[in-house]
Design a protein around this ligand. Sequence first.
Ligand code: NAP
Length: 255
Amino acid sequence: MTQILNTQANTTLNGKVALVTGGSRGIGAAIAQKLARDGAAVAITYASSGDQAEQVVASIRAAGGKALAIRADAQDADAVRQAVNTAAAALGGLDILVNNAGAAVFGSIDDFSMADYQRLLAVNVTAVFVAAQEAQRHMKEGGRIITIGSVNSDFVPVPGLSVYALTKGAVASFTRGLARDLGPRGITVNNVQPGPVDTEMNPANGPFADTMRTYMATGKYGTGAQIASLVAYLASEDAAFITGANLKADGGFDA
Ligand SMILES: NC(=O)c1ccc[n+]([C@@H]2O[C@H](COP(=O)([O-])OP(=O)(O)OC[C@H]3O[C@@H](n4cnc5c(N)ncnc54)[C@H](OP(=O)(O)O)[C@@H]3O)[C@@H](O)[C@H]2O)c1
């Protein structure tokens, strides 16, 4: 009986194909693994962490799933487009796009460099547009576009985050507009906005962590797996009525 229940719990995405950008580490790796556990075939992209990307793929395959890693720097729009098409060709279509790849640079307006500004715009915003544009060409009714934004879209309690917040605000607005464009085709578009999650980008034992915890109702960093659960739900058929939503999973960071 337990065996049957476990099997049933892991079939919500059976037959679906997902692409998770930035799936080699952190939140993206947790999302890729969760979508695969729920039955999806999963492609991930990475820019430089090839070994870690292959480990994610190996762990999915070892559990009986189908996975593929594609090198595609999110700063390169052509590479992002190509990654979408490679994933669809290799895995037989595309049902779910998770725009997770992201970069953070902290700094005051006085000395924030144009190079950093352009990199954050390219990775956090332009790549999201490009991947969504290319992915929706492959999607049928039931398609899902999910972006990993940030609670900093709406709440910026410390200095030094203005450009990062700008990029995460942009994808929140893009989510609303794109939901209108794709709704008539039965494709949903949502934005998950995490608060502090323990990854290399924002380690729970890092220099800013104690300050971050003071803003949280729970006082505890989240995990990639917690974000992945919400993404997997949004990717499922059960979430067909949710679109254009900016959904926080932030331990009460902006409560
Ligand atoms: N951690 C948090 O507290 C937090 C909170 C709110 C929102 N977020 C958002 O959640 C997402 C994931 O963050 P994370 O904490 O998991 O970060 P992370 O641990 O730094 O991992 C980032 C992932 O994105 C990939 N990536 C970075 N730049 C890339 C590029 N130019 N092209 C392709 N892939 C790239 C990395 O792969 P490579 O190593 O191969 O570059 C890696 O797989 C980001 O969008 C971030 O803004 C994080």
